[in-house]
Design a protein around this ligand. Structure first.
Ligand SMILES: [Zn+2]
Length: 264
């Protein structure tokens, strides 16, 4: 993954997705003020004009436009929706798609799939042969539900072969900072046999643990049949890098949102 800067805007791009329009935002290069400073990409009480300007700035870097974006309501589920050109503008200009979906997929060109994050994991999908793209939002709840694996199954239903799918795992809260309690640990233990390799006991705080969401999502993708060499895992921590990222754990509710974009 590399950091690209153009016209004052900084974005991250996956090497493995160089054939397709995409990026993961940083908070650098927008016009929003205060706790939204500066590249805030969700409304969250920010001024609408500023958010729209931010969209213009960031999407110019990936040769896309804000009128083509599609938002869903992310509610920590494993629901996945296939969208098309008629859904463009939902979220930014029209009412957002009503029901909760944390994964979106399209087979059509110039549909800019948009997902939001401020510590949660975003995972990008691209079938190089069948020309299908997708993105999902996988916080700890979505990760327990293995939404990343369900994205692969949905793409297979649409005609993808697993060996043709490449995936990028974006910056998100790292094992260094994602401290959780027994409730979260038990949910993971019940679900994944490999989980013992993906967390550590917090030696300084009894009853707490550090969980590695980047690794768990990579293992979910491997179990879903994605080749190891077709996964690019950023392993970048958004809380450690809060000069570049909005981090919920670092900033709380008074913050902007990062976004991931992908389009054919
Ligand atoms: Zn960290």
């Amino acid at each position: 993954m590399k950091l690209v800067e153009k016209d004052g805007v900084k974005i991250f791009k996956f090497d493995i997705l160089e054939d397709v329009k995409h990026c993961f935002s940083t908070r650098v290069g927008g016009v929003s003020k205060g706790c939204y400073e500066s590249m805030n990409l969700a409304f969250r009480g920010d001024e609408r004009e500023n958010v729209l300007e931010n969209y213009d700035r960031i999407l110019a870097l990936i040769d896309s436009k804000k009128e083509d974006t599609v938002w869903t309501r992310q509610v920590h589920t494993d629901n996945i929706l296939v969208v098309c050109k008629k859904d463009r503008g939902k979220g930014l200009f029209f009412e957002r798609i009503k029901d909760g979906y944390d994964g979106i997929i399209t087979m059509e060109e110039d549909v800019v799939l948009t997902a939001f994050s401020a510590d949660c994991v975003l995972i990008y999908f691209y079938d190089r042969v069948k020309k299908i793209v997708g993105i999902c939002h996988s916080g700890w709840r979505g990760t327990v539900l293995a939404i990343a694996g369900k994205m692969v199954e949905k793409m297979v239903e649409l005609g993808s072969l697993r060996e043709n799918i490449v995936c990028g795992i974006a910056p998100a809260i790292g094992k260094c900072c994602f401290q959780v309690d027994d409730v979260v640990i038990d949910a993971f233990k019940d679900k994944f046999e490999f989980f013992d390799k993906c967390f550590e006991v917090d030696k300084k705080s009894k009853g707490h643990y550090f969980v590695d969401l980047h690794s768990i999502n990579e293992r979910i993708l491997l179990e879903a049949g994605i080749k190891k060499e077709n996964i690019e895992n950023s392993r970048i921590c958004t809380k450690c890098g809060s000069d570049l990222f909005f981090s919920h754990r670092e900033m709380g509710e008074k913050r902007g949102s990062l976004a991931g974009f992908i389009s054919l």
